[in-house]
Design a protein around this ligand. Structure first.
Ligand SMILES: *Cc1c(COP(=O)(O)O)cnc(C)c1O
Length: 434
């Protein structure tokens, strides 16, 4: 690829003139890894092509939604048909019921859901509902978990448990984050101390069960069990942010994975997005009827949306959920992901690169660390410079992983064994250069 034929660079310059940083979501700018973002022209199956016509094997999958790969025929057909029937009505449609029913059928903790347009919106609304339902203000979140960019959730840990977090973004007043307690992920002692201190004022604990916004870090089973026990004991709601995990790590989401080890385990509220829209702007939050009926127009917790339950988005989501509900879908997807992770670990070991990796369903993560980390502090011990060389080495050779070491990766049903083996061979080449 010579520079005078590189179309990405002039596109990036043009974008920067009219869009802050040239992107509409910060991570796309390649700031962490350096270099020029690839402007994508089209995608099909497991592949994307950039403005230079270079092909990439795609392990981002739009950050999770493209679980079937790009341009799945059944999804495409559903979207085309829906588009012909109308883009948006601002009135209820039968397809919203069908999608709500489909989601509820797959996740036993849900009796009702409300459809919205983004994970941020769903998370923000779930917090409002938790506060409205409990009549309490305080919330617990964990360092390294991302729940969208609502003000109260853009918070990092304060200096101690009695002090509240501080905002991670300018423009968030301290008053808005004063009710947000930020704790270390997987730290049971801190969790117990925080409940002892704030338990009676806590509306909810919000958690990414398998955290995908600090690469891939599982909440341990004992930690999750303690989250559930303490929430029940103090009357706080346990809110699972399954925007990334839901319909991705298993058909029943991460909660079904924890229910294998913790009999009867259920969160009180679940926040969903990504896969349920199949690549269209669609998200949801839901829970038991008694809590969900506190939403307007039945209850006092207000929430609304012009494009909520959009007919084209619901068609896309519904077709996606139907395809992933086919018998054997998750067994096959999990086997592909496992093949990738095992192959990468073997290639790294062969080249003497410290490496650890984990996966569940169609989601994976790897670290240039000898052991899997269990919290954000440990994740951040990764060698950033080395990761960046790995990232660019893979990208130059046609393998597209997330451009930051704190992001998870995604395998789709369109990735063939050959795609995965090609990826492993490319990775081994790059490992040699690290
Ligand atoms: C992506 C994500 C969100 C935010 O969803 P958007 O649709 O980007 O607003 C929230 N929580 C988690 C766990 C996510 O991965």
């Amino acid at each position: 690829m010579t520079h005078n034929t590189d179309r990405n660079l002039p596109l990036f310059e043009r974008a920067k003139a009219v869009i802050p940083g040239g992107v509409n979501s910060p991570v796309r700018a390649f700031k962490a890894v350096g270099g020029t973002p690839r402007f994508i022209e089209r995608a099909q199956g497991a592949y994307m092509w950039d403005a230079n016509g270079q092909r990439f094997i795609d392990y981002i999958g739009s950050w999770g939604p493209m679980i079937l790969g790009h341009g799945h025929p059944a999804v495409l057909e559903a979207v085309q048909k829906a588009a012909l029937e109308g883009f948006s009505f601002g009135a209820p449609t039968e397809r919203e019921i069908e999608l709500a029913e489909a989601i509820i059928a797959l996740v036993p903790s849900l009796e009702m859901v409300r459809l919205v347009s983004s994970g941020t919106e769903a998370g923000m609304s779930a917090i409002r509902l938790a506060r409205g339902a409990t009549g309490r203000s305080k919330i617990i979140k964990f360092e390294g978990c991302y729940h969208g960019h609502a003000d109260a959730l853009l918070v990092k840990a304060g200096s101690g448990l009695a002090t509240f977090g501080s905002a991670t973004s300018a423009g968030v007043p301290p008053e808005v984050v004063q009710h947000t307690v930020v704790l270390e992920y997987n730290n049971i002692t801190q969790l117990e101390e925080a409940f002892a201190l704030h338990g009676a004022d806590l509306a909810c604990v919000m958690i990414e069960p398998i955290a995908g916004n600090m690469n891939f870090v599982r909440a341990s089973v004992p930690f999750m069990r303690r989250c559930r026990e303490l929430c029940s004991q103090y009357g706080a709601l346990l809110v699972f942010d399954e925007v990334m995990n839901g319909f991705r790590v298993a058909l029943g989401g991460a909660q079904s994975v924890y229910a294998r080890d913790i009999p009867g385990f259920e969160p009180d509220l679940t926040v969903m997005g990504k896969v349920i829209g199949g690549g269209m702007p669609l998200a949801a939050f839901g829970g038991k009827r008694a809590v969900m009926e506190q939403m307007a127009p039945l209850g006092a917790v207000y929430q609304a949306g012009t494009l909520s339950g959009n007919p084209v988005a619901t068609a896309c989501g519904l077709a996606t959920l139907r395809a992933i509900s086919q018998p054997g879908f998750f067994e096959s997807l999990s086997a592909s992901t496992r093949r990738l992770v095992d192959g990468l670990m073997a290639a790294a070991a062969a080249e003497g690169v410290p490496f650890s990796a984990d996966c569940e369903g169609g989601m994976f993560g790897f670290f240039l660390l000898p052991e899997l980390p269990s919290n954000y502090g440990q994740v951040m011990r990764s060698d950033g410079a080395r990761f960046n060389r790995l990232f660019h080495g893979l990208l130059d050779r046609g393998v597209y992983i997330a451009p930051a070491l704190y992001e998870a990766g995604f395998v789709s049903a369109a990735h063939t064994a050959q795609d995965i083996d090609d990826t492993i061979a490319v990775a081994r080449d790059v490992f040699k250069t690290l």
